[in-house]
Design a protein around this ligand. Structure first.
Ligand SMILES: Nc1ncnc2c1ncn2[C@@H]1O[C@H](COP(=O)(O)OP(=O)(O)O)[C@@H](O)[C@H]1O
Ligand SMILES: [Mg+2]
Length: 423
């Protein structure tokens, strides 16, 4: 038989992570250090190993819907990398129910959220076709409440019939706040049950040069963010700009909304971000995103076509770059530059803060930016200013632009009125 495990490659720094049998495996680090890929690879290998027969994995994220686009996608990608075209000989992947089962061991993976009471209750009644729940992976664990992890912890009890099995909760996250309960409970303690590990993007040999240079830019433009997302050190990422958003699955059928716009921020080394934004009853919905680096305008237009984006819909674009706007218009798109006057960034942000924002869980890059979008601090006074940090804010710029005409007329319920004003 050919060796399927050898198709996976590992970063050396995670060797002790993958070897520990401690009950709590606390894996923190900078963005892009390879934590998620490593844990996904480690767990897939173990679940497919007959030595660990009877083990099952529960994967948790705060918002259940985001699992599909992050942890589920990551674990599935590992299976494809590992088994190539033979993956169906080894695994059953149920994409609609979000369940993965090894055909070799019968071990399974299921995915849950802890967003509300009902979801938390569901955790108490999880069962698997074969064996017991022994492993839990909590991705972006800082999003959870302390009580959530306690519920999960309670589930991992009782004798295990297979002597090779051991209970383990793995937490992966960026160390966003030195005041976070995870630091107090798991990081600052000396406990034989707790294994802690730190990694940075410099430990990840699979990162490309462009990522390194973006991080170097962050060192200058966003020193506080760099501490957390670049150095993987416990920091203080307060001063969040938007806290009025939720992640929720919703029906994206265009007929459900009062109006729709695209917002686009151009970029090459920075991300080029296009958001598909909808409006209904004073609520802003972000339905989908196109988010890419180092792509030419023609390529991005092709992506929008492939995604069936609507050419006739108003697309508000960054007006600092007239050339790409001309190209979009030449290809038949309804693209316009957003007129920038003094104070417009603040008014756009004010407008966004005054509306509830619902983000579809597929918008993974938008969500990452949104959770890191913060006000700049005045270095002398230590107080937050009225200016956003100008880093990792490309989807946020697209979002600001997308509400532009509604912001100016102060309503989102009358799309015809908007057209009349533009004419
Ligand atoms: N073992 C690996 N094999 C192949 N690519 C990897 C591996 N580890 C990390 N990468 C690459 O690095 C990127 C960042 O890794 P990821 O695990 O998402 O970082 P983190 O979770 O620490 O933010 C991944 O998208 C992938 O391209
Ligand atoms: Mg990750």
């Amino acid at each position: 038989m050919f060796s399927i495990t050898s198709r996976l490659r590992f970063n050396r720094i995670f060797k002790p992570v993958n070897e520990t049998h401690c009950r709590y495996r606390v894996v923190l680090g900078s963005a892009g250090s390879g934590k998620s890929v490593n844990v996904a690879q480690d767990l897939i290998l173990k679940l497919s190993d007959p030595k660990y027969a009877g083990a099952n994995l529960l994967v948790i994220r705060k918002s259940e819907g985001t699992n599909r686009y992050s942890t589920f996608a990551e674990l599935q990608a590992v299976i494809f990398r590992m088994c190539g075209e033979y993956w169906e000989d080894f695994w059953i992947i149920n994409s609609s129910r979000l369940m993965i089962t090894s055909k070799i061991t019968g071990n399974s993976i299921i995915f849950r959220g802890v967003n509300d009471k009902k979801q938390r209750e569901k955790l108490k009644s999880i069962t698997f076709p074969k064996g017991k729940l022994v492993w839990v992976w909590i991705e972006e664990a800082t999003e959870l409440e302390e009580a959530d992890i306690d519920i999960i912890d309670d589930r991992l009890r009782g004798e295990l019939s297979n002597p090779h099995l051991y209970y383990q909760i793995t937490m992966t996250f960026n160390p966003v706040s030195a005041l976070h309960w995870i630091k107090r409970k798991y990081w600052d303690v000396v406990d034989p049950d707790v294994f802690t590990h730190r990694s940075t993007y410099l430990d990840n040999k699979f990162i490309d040069a462009a990522y390194y240079s973006r991080m170097e830019r962050r060192r200058n433009d966003d020193p506080e963010g760099f501490k957390v997302y670049g150095l993987g050190e416990w920091g203080e990422t307060s001063g969040m700009i938007l806290s009025n958003y939720v992640v929720e699955d919703f029906d994206t059928d265009i007929g459900n909304f009062d109006a729709a716009r695209y917002g686009q921020d151009f970029g090459y080394n920075h991300a080029n971000a296009i958001l598909d934004v909808r409006f209904k009853d004073d609520v802003i919905y972000i339905a989908s995103e196109i988010y890419c680096y180092e792509k030419l305008v023609d390529e991005i237009i092709r992506m929008a076509e492939q995604r069936n984006y609507d050419r006739s819909r108003i697309m508000h674009c960054d007006s600092a770059s007239p050339e790409p706007i001309k190209k979009w218009i030449a290809c038949g798109w309804n693209a316009h530059g957003v007129f920038k006057d003094s104070g417009c960034v603040m008014s756009q942000i004010d407008y966004l803060k005054q509306h509830k924002i619902i983000v579809h869980p597929s918008c993974t890059n938008t969500l990452k930016e949104m959770s890191q979008w913060r006000w700049k601090k005045d270095e002398k006074t230590g107080l937050y200013t009225d200016n956003p940090i100008e880093f990792f804010d490309d989807a946020m710029a697209a979002l600001r632009y997308s509400v532009e005409d509604f912001r100016r007329i102060k309503t989102i319920n009358k799309p015809n009125q908007v057209k009349a004003r533009r004419a």
